[in-house]
Design a protein around this ligand. Structure first.
Ligand code: FES
Ligand SMILES: [Fe+2]
Length: 460
């Protein structure tokens, strides 16, 4: 299937890999080193990437080191309180400027020859100022760290190497922003991280986790069967949900981003409460606020969301999904072993580390205005369910390496990934006219849209 050498991808990098008509992707796409290098250039060096949250760096000088593709960046708070994203590569001889994951520094000094930089990336100078060890050929203003364009949305820090001519973050999110607002901009002070992120290296191609993040609901029934076995997923008896809990809902897609909205009735079954029909939005929210929201926070939610958003939030709130290319998110109810119900708000980033590895980063969140006790409960629920050793994510991280191993076989890589279970666009009458809407049993629609966006960026 593949011809030799890097030139094989220059004309149409994915012509031999993605069959748009039959909705198939070659397994070889999970392994090829040349394809991987192009992904880094065309997707990770062009698109908007989520790097972290501004609550990780609350004070002037705070910084964290993150990845954009395989480029390390310093995400730092400058003296004027603005957030900056700078390449963690010394313009002198390419040493990493920051060699710790996080910290606080008014100036970042390279440990090799001592060139120093402000949190906004600008160059301060080299040691022994009078000897001008940075030379006289270039002015100091040209010796700062390379800067990415940065934007903070709902506390989340995004950046792109696309420069000022690239699309805005709002354009990048498209219609999905309407739904993301329900997760990230629903309260007055928004979310905060509950501790530093967990990090784990998984021996798999980044796309195995990337495409699953685009609403693969179906795997929950089998791969996560332990959730059903231990009663953490329950469908209302006597209904279509009984054998397939949480499979019926509304999937959403725009620009490769996606979210799954699960009817509140399904969640009520989980709480062993009698499902109550014909309730107003107000009554639904009061009866069982969506994950992460307490009754005390409801007035804020009602103030911050539009009536259209509030209706979706009350009827079928978004609970899982992702952001193209490399964010996975869960805003879920997560039961504890004793049967009580917890809430977990979690974002994962999927950072490529060569074609056969990626770093799986887990951020835990809570609403800033939730009580300390509620946040403690959320931290525990998130760690037990979705953390590095969480009962849910252990299943997924065990699966992705198998797919990647398949792609390394001479015969295995001739197989295809298939996205042929099609629900088709179909919008309930009371659903907002935002994004592509797939109401019904969760099928392959959103995952295929993820690959369509991948194809679009790889061929741009
Ligand atoms: S490599 Fe950084 S000062 Fe020389
Ligand atoms: Fe999963």
């Amino acid at each position: 299937m593949l011809v030799e050498g890097r030139d094989k991808f220059q004309k149409d990098p994915v012509a031999n890999l993605i069959d748009l008509e039959n909705r198939e992707v070659s397994v070889a796409a999970l392994h090829d080193r040349d394809l991987y290098e192009l992904e880094m250039e065309k997707i990770f060096a062009k698109g908007w990437l989520m790097l972290g949250h501004d609550s990780e760096i609350p004070n002037v000088g705070d910084y964290v080191v993150r990845l954009m593709g395989e480029d390390q960046v310093i995400v730092a708070r400058h003296s004027d309180n603005t957030v900056h994203v700078s390449l963690n590569v010394c313009p002198h001889r390419a040493m990493h400027i920051c060699i710790s994951d996080s910290g606080n520094a008014r100036a970042h000094k390279c440990i090799y020859h001592g060139w120093a930089f402000r949190p906004d990336g600008s160059f301060i100078g080299a040691p022994i100022e009078k000897e001008q060890m940075h030379g006289t050929i270039k002015p100091k203003s040209e010796l700062g760290l390379k800067k990415a364009r940065c934007q903070v949305y709902g506390g989340l820090i995004f950046a792109t190497w696309g420069g000022e001519e690239a699309m805005t973050l709002e354009e990048w999110m498209g219609d999905m922003k309407f739904y993301y607002d329900m997760l990230f901009k629903r309260t007055d002070r928004g979310l905060e991280v509950l501790g530093p992120p967990q990090r784990l290296t998984i021996d798999a191609n980044w796309k195995t986790a990337g495409e699953q993040s685009a609403c693969d609901g179906f795997h929950t029934l089998t791969l996560h069967q332990s959730l059903l076995d231990r009663g953490a997923m329950v469908g209302e008896a006597g209904t279509e949900h009984e054998k397939a809990p949480a499979m019926y809902g509304v999937n959403l897609s725009a620009n490769g981003h996606s979210l799954r909205c699960i009817p509140a009735d399904t969640s009520w079954s989980l709480m062993a409460k009698n499902p109550q029909k014909d309730l107003t939005d107000e009554q639904r929210l009061e009866l069982m606020p969506p994950p992460g929201i307490t009754k005390e926070l409801l007035p804020q939610v009602k103030k911050n969301l539009t009536p259209e958003q509030l209706h979706v939030f009350a009827k079928a709130p978004p609970v899982v999904g992702g952001m193209f290319p490399n964010v996975n998110m869960l805003f879920i109810f997560s039961p504890f072993p004793d049967g009580t119900l917890g809430s977990a708000l979690v974002l994962h980033t999927i950072n490529p580390k060569g074609p056969d590895h990626f770093e799986w980063v887990t951020f835990f969140f809570g609403e800033k205005d939730a009580s300390p006790e509620y946040k403690d409960m959320m931290r525990q629920a998130a760690a037990q369910g979705t953390g590095t050793s969480g009962v849910i994510e252990q299943d997924d991280s065990d699966t992705w390496p198998h797919m990647s191993e398949s792609s390394r076989g001479v015969i295995g890589r001739t197989e295809t990934l298939k996205y042929q279970a099609i629900l088709g666009e179909n919008r309930p009458a009371d659903w907002p006219n935002k994004a592509k809407v797939y109401a019904g049993f969760s099928k392959d629609d959103c995952q295929w849209e993820w690959w369509v966006q991948y194809h679009k960026m790889m061929t741009a």
